[in-house]
Design a protein around this ligand. Structure first.
Ligand SMILES: *Cc1c(COP(=O)(O)O)cnc(C)c1O
Length: 450
């Protein structure tokens, strides 16, 4: 329930784009200089303005610039930054206890988050959940569970996939630079097969046929009876917001069922209302055996989960899963408040509204300029893929130039894609319509100005 005392989203920050210094300003620049001697060069930032405040659809930096947020800290603050209910829940929780370790003396918040995950993830079968700290950790644990439950070792992943930065998840991730280059050797028993990427499918295959192409490779190069899991992002994230053709995911899921393999949907970026459904798998009625979650779940606090069929999740011996911090009580309190906010504000409808506003604007500039070969995505997980006009050849330079122009004018956008030629939009789902249109205007003007 939304009460008068607790507004649903943070509205005390003026919802406006307002630049009072150059980007980055002098205070950000001073911090950035300290950073360069304190923080590893291996950790990069998209836009070196240092955050002071954020809420609704804006990020305010230490120089007082108010920027339009079309990134949500990579699909995390879907309920808005410092969302009032999340803040209140965190304040309440932190005063009671900050940690006890669920593996030592457990607490109800963890159980409540597990109940919510079991309720909201696709399918009405008996489910169990386990909580972790990061998306990578959730994916690692999903693979552990699938291997143990099946007694098999092979894990099938896809071209353009992104599953994290730990050793196993680097191996599961497709793109070498910057994620894998020089960091090997990688974990074994990982097999990569072609994705359904309609804009670039070399054979022009539909979803079912693209699944058959992948399955044929699995059968011939791995052996169906060796496969512990097929791991796929229902809409790929870092790989370029690739939406597989209709029929691809259901066919893979069916093959897993008939082959005794575990179908794992990595919903870390696409979950929790981002695509206009609770989970992207819902769009085609796909019911994964295991689902990994993180990013949008806890309104900005670090929390991740693996949710799945009770018989798989309970196949693991006691003590086989866990971690010191997994399911931290404050993060659990934040997740419960964030999920309540998603339902209260109907953020699935909000995501669809964002799609309805943004897609026509992006399509118009695509037609006018020829620089965008594909506008795609679902809900508030939208992307524009930049190409050399008249071809499908990737144009990462133009994508980078457009992103840079947006940043200079106070609009935070991210790039992605195997070829680095995709600009992705992940606005907070509570962003106001005017602010969204203004941000998109800056983006489309930048494309036209190239
Ligand atoms: C971000 C992401 C991960 C990794 O999550 P971290 O919290 O960064 O470890 C895994 N899978 C997908 C699809 C992601 O988008």
């Amino acid at each position: 329930m939304t009460t008068a005392e607790t507004p649903a989203y943070r509205s005390d920050l003026p919802q406006q784009r307002k630049l009072v210094t150059a980007i980055p300003g002098p205070k950000s620049t001073a911090i950035h200089q300290r950073r360069s001697v304190a923080v590893s060069a291996g950790v990069a930032s998209t836009l070196p303005v240092y955050t002071a405040d954020a809420g609704g659809g804006v990020i305010v930096d230490v120089d007082g610039n108010s920027l339009i947020d079309l990134a949500s800290g990579i699909a995390v603050t879907s309920v808005g930054n410092a969302a009032p209910k999340v803040v209140a829940a965190v304040r309440e929780s932190v005063g009671h206890f900050t940690h006890s370790c669920f593996m030592v003396t457990p607490y109800d918040g963890y159980v409540q988050v597990a109940e919510k995950l079991n309720e909201l993830t696709p399918g009405s079968h008996a489910k169990r959940s386990a909580l972790f700290n990061s998306g990578s950790e959730a994916v690692e644990n999903a693979v552990k569970i699938a291997r143990l439950a099946t007694g098999r070792t092979a894990v099938v992943v896809f071209d353009h996939a992104y599953h994290g930065r730990t050793n196993l998840t680097m191996a599961l991730t497709a793109k070498a630079a910057p994620y894998k280059k020089g960091f090997g050797p990688f974990a074994g028993e990982i097999y990569r097969v072609p994705m359904s990427y309609p804009f670039r499918d070399p054979d022009g295959l539909g979803g079912k046929e693209a699944a058959e192409r992948a399955i044929s490779i699995i059968n011939t190069q791995i052996g169906a009876d060796q496969v512990a899991a097929v791991l796929v992002e229902p809409i790929q994230g870092e790989g370029g917001f690739v939406v597989p053709a209709d029929g691809f995911l259901p066919a893979l899921s069916q093959w897993c069922t008939s082959s005794g393999a575990v179908f794992i949907a990595d919903e870390i970026q696409s979950g929790f209302c981002r695509t206009g459904d609770w989970f992207a798998s819902d769009h085609e009625g796909v019911v994964p055996d295991l689902v990994t979650t993180a990013k949008g779940m806890a309104g900005g606090l670090p929390l991740a989960g693996v949710t799945g069929r009770a018989e798989l999740m309970d196949a693991v011996h006691g003590g086989g899963l866990g971690g010191t911090y997994g399911g931290n009580p404050i993060a659990c309190a934040a997740a419960l408040a964030a999920i309540e906010t998603m339902a209260d504000l109907d953020l699935n409808a909000a995501a669809k509204r964002i799609e309805g506003t943004a897609v026509p604007i992006l399509q118009t500039v695509a037609e006018q300029t020829g620089r965008i070969g594909d506008v795609r995505g679902r809900g508030a997980m939208l992307a524009a893929e930049f190409v050399i006009p008249g071809t499908t050849d990737p144009d990462p330079a133009v994508a980078a130039a457009v992103a840079k122009a947006c940043h200079a004018q106070g609009v935070v956008v991210l790039t992605c894609g195997t070829f680095g030629n995709v600009i992705r939009l992940l606005p907070p789902l509570v962003i106001g319509e005017q602010l969204l249109v203004e941000g998109l205007g800056v983006l489309t003007d930048a494309v036209r100005a190239i």
